[in-house]
Design a protein around this ligand. Structure first.
Ligand code: ADP
Length: 271
């Protein structure tokens, strides 16, 4: 579905991702995890072509994504950033209609097929009663659902989400995670996202990709990847990891910052 080979990405002369290779299979939920500044958002941006690469390639269904016309890319993947901003007076319904743009000719009127898809997206995100409200008047959780509805209306096979639960309280975080998981189960939408909450990443993903300093440190099923050793090496945190039998996934309990990190902080250096 999406394949990245030997990717090199940076900002001016500062290379922040180097030698990144990865394949996203159809129907998967993959989460990128790793410390702040490790390059997760940069990877997501280059996979969705929002950012240019300085080396390597990204293939979408076998085609070099950086050579495909924008509309073709937008028909296959939709991407939401952490900082989605809609025009101030846009209603939810108007925002969701935006998702249909890649599928319409500039001269074409809104068709009933488009309308059906827009309302399907609004229904999936349970926004029917809020469809006439302006996006800016919604709560954080509702607003995030509105953006996901817009992405759904694009009717793509892949969804790329950068920290979809940022700024949400725990119940709204779970609501968004359940929505994402449901879209994957019910409609087979392939999902790749950046998540900060490691337990949520383990619970809702088929596969985790641990990013450290712009490279893959570990990858695989959550029970393989979410380990004490990984948490120590990547996050400098001592933790217990146990299998939660109710969900069959690992959960971690942080115990404290690792000794090496504490010592480094005391000396004013960082590990
Ligand atoms: P993460 O998502 O893991 O927190 P990012 O991909 O946002 O990491 O950032 C990786 C590195 O790239 C960081 O060192 C960050 O400072 C740098 N970076 C990110 N965005 C920009 C930008 N627009 N201009 C310059 N440097 C940037």
């Amino acid at each position: 579905m999406i394949k990245a080979a030997n990717l090199k990405v940076g900002y001016d002369n500062n290379i922040v991702v180097d030698g990144f290779g990865f394949t996203l299979e159809k129907g998967e939920i993959v989460s990128l995890i790793g410390p702040n500044g490790s390059g997760k958002s940069t990877i997501l941006k280059v996979l969705s072509r929002l950012m240019a690469k300085q080396g390597g390639a990204v293939y979408l269904d076998g085609y070099d994504i950086h050579k495909l016309p924008t509309k073709e890319v937008a028909k296959k993947l939709s991407a939401l950033s952490q900082y989605n901003v809609s025009p101030p007076d846009f209603t939810v319904e108007e925002l969701v209609w935006y998702g249909r743009l890649p599928h319409r000719k500039w001269y074409a009127c809104q068709s009933s097929a488009d309308e059906e898809i827009v309302w399907w997206a609004i229904k999936q995100t349970r926004l029917e009663k809020l469809s006439h409200r302006t996006v800016n008047s919604l709560s954080g959780g509702e607003r995030q659902r509105a953006w996901i509805a817009m992405a759904l209306a694009q009717k793509t096979e892949v969804l790329l989400l950068d920290e979809p639960t940022t700024y949400l309280d725990i119940s709204h975080q779970l609501e968004v995670m359940e929505l994402i998981s449901g879209l994957n189960k019910e409609f087979g939408i392939t999902i790749i996202m950046v998540l900060h909450d490691l337990n949520q990443a383990a619970r809702y993903s088929h596969r985790l990709l641990v990013i450290k300093e712009g490279r893959i440190f570990a990858e695989g099923a959550p029970e393989k990847v979410l380990t004490k050793e990984m948490l120590r090496h990547v996050y400098h945190v001592e933790a217990e990891v146990a299998l939660d039998r109710r969900i069959g996934k690992p959960v971690f309990y942080p115990l404290g910052i690792s000794c090496a990190q504490t010592e480094a902080r005391r000396r004013g250096t960082f590990v």
